[in-house]
Write a protein that binds this ligand. Structure first.
Ligand SMILES: Nc1ncnc2c1ncn2[C@@H]1O[C@H](COP(=O)(O)OP(=O)(O)OP(=O)(O)O)[C@@H](O)[C@H]1O
Ligand SMILES: [Mg+2]
Length: 507
């Protein structure tokens, strides 16, 4: 660590390295309603030790008839026929749960219908068939293998015939498909039924969570023209840590230590970025720097944050009940949190009128609050903040709004997903205050792009702009002495990714 930190009372302040590690896979998402439920799809389907084969001899994995290539379509046909027969034998609307008893019963039904169809498949294909039937009957069908593949971070089902995944930051189409719209609908219903939600033509969209905490959105016809569409943001069982972000080249160690000092100095921060740029991940990392002895209230639409501190209250908004009443919005939760003696308020994402309440909270003694929002540059972030404040319904003059914004927010951390799929913190920008009617912004760190290599990898560097933030005194007060080297020297003529001179004030 480059930074020499002296904590209050002359004690060395803990460094990010000493900060508690992010919770491991075992902790799951403690805030998720669905968290206590067992993870039903991440374990590979339990094949009964003796699934009877066509001639009633038990299958031993790896043994049996030699594998011959059975046409993929034929196998799918067998699967569909057996699934249909099993489903009609148990009642068309029965939704099964994955447990040993159900799997044993399914194995015995599988044997019956397998024999009835007079199939004769090699052992490995029989096993594959049974696994697929299990996935259909007690899992999420064709999504099962995608859900259990940890290298896949996002799954996008665009109607029955098109599935895209995100892997290593890149989107690609895969050759898995669903049978038809009904098949996709069955999987959607399997996801939302245990949560007591439903989706139909009258209300054709739903947000839900998988048992492991993964975030799911489904939208169906008539609103989705391509057929039922599912978007799944996989839950990271092992949340990324600040060390991971440094290792991936998202931030430098200097930037991370600077941000740690800012969190500890209770600066108010906004993490901004495009969709999927890594805002929530960074917010989680930044929140891990909040000292253990502070009372933290987190507010989210679908709880994604995984804070490691003990004194954390997690609040989640709530959709309306079937009769349309009982909706609790982020805004209600922000207001309520102010009556809960918060020391830090962390709002997962500001999307509307709650922004004004959040800014007011920041301006009235709830320093050190954090949030994220969708915006592509620090300047856009300011415009978004203003627009969202207006969404609160308060008709405030623009000058008053800007004053609210500039006195509430100290720092904007701008994240981006570059065209090669990597995520970068492209600006760490200080909000310095007002000059006439404008808010003055000043980059402290910025990403300087230098082209791309032959493989399309974006080249560049994360650099300090050479300018020290005005709030540096606040950091000194809590014992952080930031070395001049952290802020680097200015580089004459260097342009940032917007083509601006690096050392110029952005206005
Ligand atoms: N720095 C990073 N390097 C690599 N992958 C990352 C990084 N940050 C986040 N990710 C991955 O990118 C995906 C999106 O991250 P995250 O949910 O934080 O984005 P987001 O900006 O909050 O998205 P949204 O706009 O949908 O809320 C996740 O799968 C996450 O694990
Ligand atoms: Mg997010």
């Amino acid at each position: 660590m480059l930074l020499k930190r002296v904590g209050a009372g002359g004690q060395p302040a803990p460094s990010p390295a000493e900060a508690p590690a992010a919770p491991g896979a075992s902790s799951g998402n403690p805030y998720s309603q669905a968290a206590p439920m067992p993870n039903t799809y991440n374990q590979s389907p339990v094949m009964p030790t003796a699934v009877p084969g066509p001639n009633s001899s038990p299958i031993i994995p790896g043994q049996g008839l030699p594998s011959v290539l059975v046409d993929k379509n034929k196998l799918r046909d067998f699967r569909n026929q057996i699934v249909q027969r099993i489903q009609s034998s148990i009642g068309p609307n029965t939704v099964l749960t994955r447990d040993d008893k159900t799997i044993r019963e399914l194995a015995s039904k599988f044997k019956t219908f397998y024999d009835q169809l007079q199939l004769s498949l090699p052992a490995d294909q029989q096993r594959m068939l049974f696994d697929e039937i299990l996935a259909e009957m007690v899992g999420f069908g064709p999504l099962e293998p995608l859900l259990s593949d940890e290298s896949i971070t996002e799954i996008m089902v665009n109607g029955p015939n098109q599935i895209y995944i995100e892997q290593k930051g890149k989107l690609k189409e895969i050759d898995t498909t669903f049978e038809n719209d009904d098949h996709v609908m069955r999987v959607i219903n399997r996801i939302i039924a245990p949560l007591g939600r439903r989706v139909d033509r009258k209300w054709p969209m739903v947000d839900a969570r998988l048992p492991d905490g993964s975030r799911v959105n489904a939208i169906i016809p008539p609103c989705s023209l391509k057929g039922p569409t599912i978007t799944i943001r996989k839950f990271n069982k092992k949340p990324l840590t600040w060390q991971d972000l440094v290792r991936f080249g998202t931030v430098t160690e200097d930037m991370m230590m600077f941000l740690e000092a800012c969190i500890r100095a209770k600066l108010n921060m906004v993490v901004a970025g495009g969709t999927g740029s890594g805002k929530t991940t960074l917010l989680n990392v930044l929140s891990s720097f909040i000292p253990d002895d502070e009372r933290i209230i987190t507010i989210e639409d679908a709880a994604e944050l995984q804070l490691v501190q003990r004194h954390v209250i997690s609040l989640e908004s709530k959709p309306a009940d079937v009769d349309g009443s009982g909706r609790v919005e982020i805004r209600d939760l922000v207001k309520n949190s102010l009556r809960m003696r918060p020391e830090r308020i962390v709002v997962g994402e500001c999307r509307g009128g709650e922004t004004l309440d959040m800014l007011q909270a920041m301006n009235t003694g709830h320093d050190g609050s954090l949030t994220t929002l969708h915006a592509n540059t620090p300047r856009d972030t300011l415009s978004r903040l203003e627009t969202m404040c207006l969404m609160s319904g308060m008709d405030l003059p623009i000058r008053v709004l800007r004053e609210q914004v500039s006195s509430a927010i100290n720092l904007i951390v701008q994240q981006a997903r570059l065209r090669d799929g990597t995520r970068k913190v492209i600006n760490i920008t200080e909000v310095q205050g007002m000059e006439e009617n404008n808010i003055v912004l000043q980059d402290v760190f910025t990403w300087v792009e230098e082209g791309q290599d032959e493989n399309g990898k974006v080249l560049g560097a994360l650099k300090p702009t050479g300018l020290r933030p005005k709030f540096e005194d606040k950091l000194k007060l809590i014992g952080y002495k930031l070395p001049p080297s952290m802020f680097g020297g200015s580089i004459p003529g260097m342009k940032d990714i917007y083509g601006n001179n690096n050392n110029r004030r952005i206005r």
